[in-house]
Write a protein of this length. Structure first.
Length: 167
C-alpha cells in the first residue's frame, strides 16, 4: 500500500467530549497508518505483523470468504500469499470517522496460476471498524476482474458476459 493517500477525517464533538474525541481520533489515525504500513510490506514471511493492527476477534470478509479470529485470518493470508510472487496496494483515499475508516485502493499482483503469471490489477474498497485495534474488516472488489477473467475458458466467458451486460 502506498502511504501517500489523501485522508479525510470527520468527527462530531461536544463541549465535554471534544478532547476525548480528538485523542481517540488521533489514536485511530495512528492505527490506520500502521495498517497501511503493514500491508505495504506484508508477505508470507511476516504475517505475524497482522496482530499489531487486528484484534484477536477480528471479523474479516471479502467476496471469497468470511474469516473469524486472528489465527484464522493469519492462516487465510498464508494460503493467499503462498502462490503470489508480488503484490502492491496503492491507497487512493482514506475516509476516517471516529470508529470507522474506508480505504479506496488498487491492488496489483502476480499469481503463478492466473493470467499466465502476468500482473493483475483490481480496484477495491476496504471498510474497517476501529477501536484500539481493527475488529472488523470487509473488502469489496470485482471477483471477476481478480480471478475469473484469468482462468482459461472461464475467463473468455466472463468477459463476454460483462461486455453484453454493459451494452
Amino acid at each position: 500500500m502506498m502511504a501517500n493517500s489523501s485522508i479525510l477525517t470527520t468527527h462530531e464533538s461536544s463541549m465535554g467530549g471534544a478532547q476525548s474525541n480528538a485523542k481517540k481520533i488521533a489514536q485511530e489515525r495512528i492505527l490506520i497508518d500502521n495498517f497501511i504500513s503493514i500491508y505495504q510490506r506484508l508477505s508470507k514471511d511476516n504475517l505475524h505483523l497482522l496482530e499489531q493492527v487486528y484484534s484477536h476477534n477480528i471479523e474479516f470478509s471479502d467476496p471469497l470468504h468470511r474469516v473469524l479470529g486472528l489465527n484464522a485470518l493469519t492462516h487465510y493470508f498464508a494460503n493467499l500469499y503462498a502462490n503470489i510472487s508480488s503484490i502492491n496496494f496503492e491507497i487512493h483515499q482514506v475516509i476516517h470517522q471516529q470508529g470507522a475508516a474506508t480505504l479506496i485502493w488498487t491492488m496489483t499482483f502476480r499469481h503463478a496460476k492466473l493470467n499466465a503469471g502476468a500482473e493483475i490489477t483490481v480496484d477495491g474498497v476496504s471498510v474497517l471498524a476501529l477501536d484500539s485495534k481493527i475488529y472488523q474488516h470487509q473488502d469489496f472488489f470485482d471477483l471477476g476482474s481478480m480471478l475469473y477473467e484469468h482462468i482459461p475458458l472461464i475467463g473468455s466467458l466472463v468477459k463476454l458476459v460483462k461486455s453484453k451486460a454493459s451494452k
